[in-house]
Structures are given as structure tokens and as C-alpha cells.
Design a protein around this ligand. Structure first.
Ligand code: FES
Length: 383
């Protein structure tokens, strides 16, 4: 049962939200098996209207939010995206579009520019066309992404290229980096898969081995040195998966600390995965953003340190990592208040060790993964 308490006060007062993520829709033409959207996305409520989104932007900006990310699903599915970008820029946000590039056109890029869009992140599934298209579930995806990444740069946007890496594409890290350099990416995010949503469902088929990961990190570092020596503007960001760490990440920089996520139906979350937790979260259709951020039970539930049981409570690293990720603790131990099992001090750390061992066994084929689509979502939810 969800714990909905009316409100709960933390042992310290948070600052304002800095980063607002607008998950405009869960609709998406692709089917990535590592999508971080919830498994039950097909059963979510109606999307917010244009006017409702703009009102959320206004309220969050009034509170101090400075960066606004348009995400999804695929945000390009929303025909009002230009209008939302324009409204966000007029409110003074720095705006970022997070897209697969599917559905993008040069005309739309120009319209976004006119509306004031600051920054674009385009995601790829792989540097190999066949693997990319298999993972995406579209025979045209790779060619479209290449064309749109070029168009993004041609229109003068700063561009991030994002590659989620996993056991099926991480061995091509050189080709990935070379492709990003060729496409003139300003930043390259080599983000080893984190296991939330559909990725958690497919973890055994996606987690790379330690040897794969170490090789990829070594090659990335060699490229970093080479690019720095050449004074090349491209920056490489390498994100290690939690499953090969001994201490947890400071997820979201602390619960309800900087990050405010609004899902397509207006549910407000402290992170994109929190909807699965047994905690009642507020909705922007019922409460204003100030109340949600400062007063709501959901946003105060894991703020500060008072909620922590041992070993986090007496840990001298708790102010650095906040006990790790609440969603991961819930997924792996059934209790969101437990220490993140990534931490070697957690009584549940063995689950991480078992997952590492599983990764050493023969890899599953791409065809063995469960792909994200409405049909699969409905079947999973009925099961
Ligand atoms: Fe939800 Fe880490 S993803 S707290």
C-alpha cells in the first residue's frame, strides 16, 4: 500500500529545484530494451495539455528552476513542442531537447531555433547500423539519426550525442567515439546502462562484463588524452554502471534536492523512476509546484538524514552519497529506505555480486531481450 501521509518535514530545508525535466509523453516510435520509462507506461493517464505544461513551467521558474529538459518517450511526438519551447524561453529557462531524432526534420529544427531552443541531445543505439536498427526496432533509424545529427550541427546548436552502452555494443567503443567526432559532437555521453524501467527487466541480457567495461573505459581515456592534446573541442563523458561500484552514487544529488521531474500525466517525482515506490506522489493538476516541492509527503520522504536506518545512519559518507538510490534499494531489497545494495556495507550487496557473476556467463542474444512497446507493457502489467 502506498504511504501517502499528508505532509512530512525533513530535518533540513531544501533549496529550490534547479533542473526541471518535462517528460512530455510516453509515446515513442522506438522500442529500446533499456528505456527508463516505467514498465506500465501504456496505462498512464492523459497527457497534460499545452496550457497545463506552460503553467508548470511558470510555477517552477518562479520557484527558481533554471534548466528545462524536454524529454519522453519521444518529445517530438508532441505537435505543440515549438510552443512549449517558446514559452519556456520567454520565462528565461535554458532549454534542452532530449530526442532520438526520429520525427525530426530540418524545418522543425529551424522552428525550434526560432522558438529559442538552446541545446539538443540526440541518442543513438549503436555505431553499427544493423545493431542500432535492431535495438531501435526501425530499419530507418540509423540513417535518420545521422542526417539529423548533421542538421543539428549545421544549424549551430550545441550538441550532445548519447550512447547507452551495454554488452551488445560496448565492444565497439572506438567506432562510437570516431562516429561522434565525425558528427562534431560537443559532448559525448557514453552512459553504461543503468538498471531502471525496461533496463531492469532486461538486466541479465544487458549488463556488460567487467572486462568489457574496463576495456571501454581504457579506450575512452586514451581518446580523451588524444583529443586534449589536439585541443579538440569534443568532450567524452563516461558513466560507469552502479553494478561495478563499491559505493553508491549520490542519486539525483539527493532526494528532492535539485531535480524535479513531471511525468506526462502531471505526476511530480524527485526522479524519473520513483513512481514505482510505495509512496504517494503529488500531481500538478491538484497542487501547485511550490506545495509539491516544499510541502508534499513524496518530496520530503527521503530528504535529509532522519529517515535513514543503519548502516547509512552512522556512515561517515552519508552526506556525500545520501545512502545511494532509493529506487535501486526498492527494486533490489523491497524497501526504499534500505541502503542502496551497490554499497559494500549493505547487507544486500550480494545481489550485486550475483548480477556480476551472471554477466560473466554466455551473453543472451539481442532477440532474447524484451523490447519496450505498448503491447509488452500491457502484457507485463496484466501478469
Ligand atoms: Fe529514483 Fe535513484 S532513480 S532515487
Amino acid at each position: 500500500m502506498r504511504n501517502s501521509g499528508s505532509s512530512s518535514k525533513p530535518d533540513h530545508q531544501p533549496g529550490p529545484p534547479f533542473w526541471l525535466l518535462a517528460e512530455l509523453t510516453y509515446r515513442c516510435p522506438l522500442q529500446c530494451p533499456y528505456c527508463s520509462n516505467p514498465l506500465d507506461f501504456a496505462q498512464q493517464g492523459e497527457e497534460l495539455t499545452t496550457a497545463q505544461w506552460i503553467e508548470v513551467f511558470r510555477q517552477a521558474r518562479e520557484l527558481g528552476a533554471a534548466q528545462l529538459g524536454f524529454s519522453g518517450g519521444e518529445p517530438l511526438v508532441r505537435q505543440d513542442l515549438e510552443e512549449l519551447i517558446r514559452a519556456a524561453r520567454e520565462l528565461g529557462y535554458y532549454t534542452n531537447l532530449i530526442t532520438s531524432g526520429i520525427g525530426l526534420t530540418e524545418a522543425r529544427l529551424t522552428a525550434f531555433k526560432d522558438a529559442g531552443l538552446d541545446h539538443i541531445q540526440v541518442s543513438f543505439q549503436a555505431a553499427d547500423e544493423e545493431v542500432n536498427n535492431l535495438l531501435a526496432g526501425s530499419r530507418k533509424a540509423f540513417a535518420q539519426k545521422l542526417a539529423m545529427a548533421r542538421a543539428v550541427k549545421a544549424q549551430g546548436y550545441p550538441m550532445v550525442l548519447n550512447f547507452v552502452t551495454h554488452r551488445h555494443n560496448i565492444d565497439s567503443i572506438e567506432r562510437i567515439i570516431e562516429l561522434c567526432i565525425e558528427l562534431e559532437a560537443d559532448f559525448v555521453e557514453l552512459a553504461t546502462c543503468q538498471f531502471y524501467g525496461w533496463a531492469e527487466l532486461n538486466r541479465a541480457g544487458l549488463l556488460p562484463t567487467r572486462a568489457q567495461l574496463e576495456r571501454a573505459e581504457r579506450i575512452t581515456n586514451e581518446y580523451r588524452e588524444k583529443l586534449a592534446a589536439e585541443k579538440h573541442p569534443c568532450k567524452l563523458i563516461f558513466v560507469t554502471p552502479d553494478y561495478y561500484e563499491e559505493r553508491p552514487k549520490a542519486c539525483m544529488n539527493g532526494w528532492g534536492n535539485l531535480f524535479l521531474d513531471i511525468t506526462p500525466d502531471g505526476t511530480a517525482l524527485p526522479c524519473h523512476s520513483a513512481r514505482q515506490l510505495p509512496v504517494q506522489f503529488p500531481n500538478v493538476k491538484e497542487h501547485d509546484v511550490r506545495h509539491i516541492w516544499y510541502e508534499s509527503f513524496g518530496f520530503n520522504r527521503f530528504r535529509g538524514y532522519d529517515w535513514m536506518p543503519e548502516p547509512c545512519r552512522s556512515c561517515d559518507e552519508k552526506e556525500k552519497d545520501f545512502g545511494g538510490c532509493r529506487c535501486q534499494a526498492f527494486m533490489l531489497t523491497g524497501k526504499a529506505e534500505n541502503a542502496d545494495p551497490v554499497c559494500a556495507k549493505s547487507a544486500h550487496h550480494g545481489k550485486i555480486l550475483v548480477a556480476r557473476e551472471e554477466a560473466e556467463r554466455a551473453p543472451l542474444e539481442l532477440s532474447d531481450l524484451t523490447y519496450r512497446n505498448e503491447r509488452a507493457s500491457r502484457i507485463i502489467c496484466r501478469a
